[in-house]
Structures are given as structure tokens and as C-alpha cells.
Write a protein that binds this ligand. Structure first.
Ligand SMILES: *Cc1c(COP(=O)(O)O)cnc(C)c1O
Length: 388
């Protein structure tokens, strides 16, 4: 018996549970309409909320930076991988977020791993929302801190945990998504900040889906809740509304300075490519200069939410959302796979999200500012014909 035979058995189990996943090749430039395996489809599966990943200005910025600096940054930021472009981007992020400083990582995932494990260790405690993103969970585990999950959004439960456990650990960190990526609802930020203050905890908010989308200036969840003057640490990604690749942390000058010295996923990895950094910087300028994109996105969100509530047999099937992420609850993974395929055949690309990513299967619709009203109507027609 080969020592690798278990892999075949494990794959068979994954297939049997309807959990098997594979990549789906998209040809050509991304946008509200894409070519999926040779078929044109309406795209309701991307995180490109403002439609910037295919924007000429980002492309031009990436091409120009590649010509100026080359394709790779050639080393870690502290050795040979730092360019003026990286610092310009960090300053632009700090300005958008209205924080003292910011630091750019090679991905949001790496930002979470490095930040959490730099902030807390084995003598410390993490209090985490049960629906947190995988990168927050992995980061929490990696830190070696005691991890206590509280039920999703349940502030009474969190308070009770803090009452019982805060004194047993040295430092404490509350960790939450700002916008929950697989549900679309928001964290109760003001209450979290109050609890953090009352129990002497740090608070890390993952704003991957809020940046560029929420708040008057598009600064994200913290701006949405008018909490910019309270002490907290924000992280986010350059790869969703900002249409590029990379992650960031924004906060006080001392937090950022500390991360530059203590976050292993920043110190020991190659700096962001010049093209990605330049594209993200161009995107931030557009977020600041074109609020109409955000307005269009929210107009779409209101319209689709209203229409979905008339299509679905039970209103409870639509998971409560305050973001451009709208999810329809399904019975099981088999139904998710089946509906995903049926919708594909009618020219609609949306994600069928299944365990282990989420506890229950769902169809996940993400909106873009660059969708047309007609795109939303076509989505609703197809969903209506499924008799959900
Ligand atoms: C996408 C995402 C990340 C990871 O960001 P990447 O830049 O894609 O690595 C982290 N947190 C949340 C909530 C996300 O949705």
C-alpha cells in the first residue's frame, strides 16, 4: 500500500459529499459579462464591486509601473523589494482610511496571518466571531493564542466570555469581519468597540468587502459606523473593490511600525509587484473621485433585494444583508451544485457556496457598479423560473 493512497480515498469522500471543487476558466477581460468556458455569461460571482479590475486607468497604471520598475519587486520589502510606489500606496490607503499609517502585504490572507500572530501569542486570548473569514481563523490558530469563538454577531455572548476569560490572558484581541463575506451582513462595530474598551481588548476589523463600498467616501465599515475616532486596527484587501492584488493594515503609526518589525508574512515574503501596487493606487484615486460608482452599486443592491424578496417563496431564504453580497439559503450542497449548473446553462454565473466554506449551502450573488439594470432583471427571471 502506497503511503499516498489515502489521498484517493479522501478525494472520493469529498466527491460523495458533493464538496468537490474545481476551477472555472474565464477568458478575456473581466467585467459584468464574461466568457466562461466558451460561453458568454452574466457575472454575479466576482468581488470586483466597483468594476475596476477591467478599468483602462488601472491597466494603464499597471503597464506604466511595469515599464518603469520591471515585473517583480525582486526581494522582501526590508531588503531589495521596496519601491517609492509601495510607500505612495500606503500613504494613499492611510488617507482613504483616515489613519496615521498603513502597511501593504502581498495578499489580504497574508495580512491577517501576519498581523494576528504579531499582536498576540500563547499567553494571550482571541475572541472571534463564528463566521469570520478563513484567513482570520488560520491567523488566530497560528498565533498560538487561546481562541474563543462567539456566536455570529452575539454581543451578549461575547460580553459573557470577556467577563469570564479576559482576566485569564495577558493581551486580548477581538477579531471580526466588517462585512461578512459569505452572508453580506455587517458586524455591530460600535458595540464591539465599547466591549473592547470596557475589557481592555484590541479590535481587528477585516474590511475586505467594505473598502470602496461602504461609507460616504468609500473608506469602509468604520466610516459607515462613524467610528473613525476610536482605537482599532483595520485590515483589508486590494483585490476586491480595488481591482488589484494585495492586502493592507491601517492603524496608528506605532501599530504599523510594530508590524514592519514583527509580522513574519510581511518581513519574509517578496514585496507586492509594481503592477499590482500601481493598479491599487489608481483604484483608490477612483474611489475618492467617483462616488457615483458607489451610488450605482447601492441602487442596484436596493433594487435586487426588493425583487428577490418577491421571487422567493419564503423571505427567510434571503440571508439578511447590508452589502452588495446577497445570498439565498438552500437545502443542501447537492441542490447548490444543481442550481449552479442550471443557472450556468441559462447564462448566469454565480457562486454556489457549500461547506466547508460555510455551515449551510447557498447561492451567493455579488453586484458590481458596472452591472446594467437589465442584467439584474435577467438574473431575477432565471431565479424566478427555478421556483426557489
Ligand atoms: C478575500 C478576503 C480576504 C483575503 O484577501 P486576499 O487579498 O484575497 O488574500 C480576507 N478576509 C476576507 C473577509 C475576505 O473576504
Amino acid at each position: 500500500m502506497s503511503s499516498y493512497a489515502w489521498i484517493e480515498r479522501s478525494l472520493a469522500t469529498i466527491h460523495k459529499a458533493n464538496w468537490y471543487r474545481q476551477v472555472q476558466p474565464i477568458a478575456g477581460r473581466t467585467g459584468p459579462e464574461v466568457n466562461l468556458q466558451g460561453t458568454p455569461v452574466l457575472n454575479f460571482a466576482s468581488n470586483d464591486y466597483l468594476g475596476l479590475a477591467g478599468d483602462e486607468r488601472l491597466i494603464e497604471a499597471a503597464v506604466a509601473a511595469t515599464r518603469d520598475y520591471g515585473t517583480g519587486s525582486t526581494g522582501s520589502r526590508l531588503l531589495s523589494g521596496h519601491r517609492p510606489l509601495h510607500r505612495d500606496l500606503e500613504i494613499a490607503i492611510a488617507r482613504l482610511k483616515q489613519t496615521e499609517d498603513a502597511i501593504v502585504f502581498s495578499s489580504g490572507y497574508l495580512a491577517n496571518l501576519g498581523t494576528i500572530s504579531a499582536l498576540v501569542g500563547p499567553r494571550d486570548g482571541i475572541f472571534a466571531d463564528a463566521y469570520n473569514h478563513a484567513s482570520l481563523r488560520q491567523g488566530s490558530r497560528l498565533s498560538g493564542a487561546m481562541v474563543q469563538e462567539y456566536p455570529h454577531g452575539d454581543m451578549a455572548a461575547l460580553r459573557q466570555q470577556l467577563q469570564q476569560q479576559r482576566s485569564q490572558v495577558r493581551r486580548a484581541l477581538i477579531v471580526t469581519d466588517g462585512v461578512f463575506s459569505m452572508d453580506g451582513d455587517l458586524c455591530p462595530l460600535p458595540q464591539l468597540l465599547d466591549l473592547a474598551q470596557e475589557y481592555n481588548c484590541m479590535l481587528l476589523v477585516d474590511d475586505a468587502h467594505g473598502t470602496g463600498v461602504l461609507g460616504r467616501r468609500g473608506a469602509g465599515t468604520v466610516e459607515h459606523f462613524h467610528c473613525g475616532d476610536r482605537p482599532l486596527i483595520q485590515m483589508g484587501t486590494l483585490s476586491k473593490a480595488l481591482g488589484s492584488l494585495g492586502g493592507y493594515v491601517a492603524g496608528s503609526a506605532s501599530v504599523i511600525d510594530y508590524l514592519r518589525n514583527r509580522a513574519p508574512t510581511w518581513i519574509y515574503t517578496t514585496g507586492l509587484s509594481p503592477a499590482d501596487a500601481a493598479a491599487a493606487k489608481a483604484a483608490i484615486a477612483i474611489v475618492e473621485a467617483e462616488p457615483q460608482r458607489r451610488q450605482q452599486l447601492w441602487t442596484h443592491q436596493t433594487y435586487l433585494k426588493q425583487k428577490l424578496s418577491t421571487i422567493l417563496k419564503q423571505k427567510s431564504q434571503l440571508i439578511p444583508s447590508s452589502s452588495p453580497i446577497l445570498c439565498i439559503q438552500l437545502a443542501d450542497a447537492a441542490q447548490a451544485v444543481r442550481l449552479g449548473a442550471t443557472l450556468r446553462e441559462s447564462g448566469l454565473f454565480l457562486s454556489a457556496v457549500r461547506p466547508p466554506t460555510v455551515p449551510t449551502s447557498r447561492l451567493r450573488i455579488t453586484l458590481m457598479a458596472t452591472h446594467q439594470r437589465d442584467h439584474l432583471d435577467r438574473l431575477c427571471e432565471s431565479l424566478a423560473s427555478l421556483a426557489l
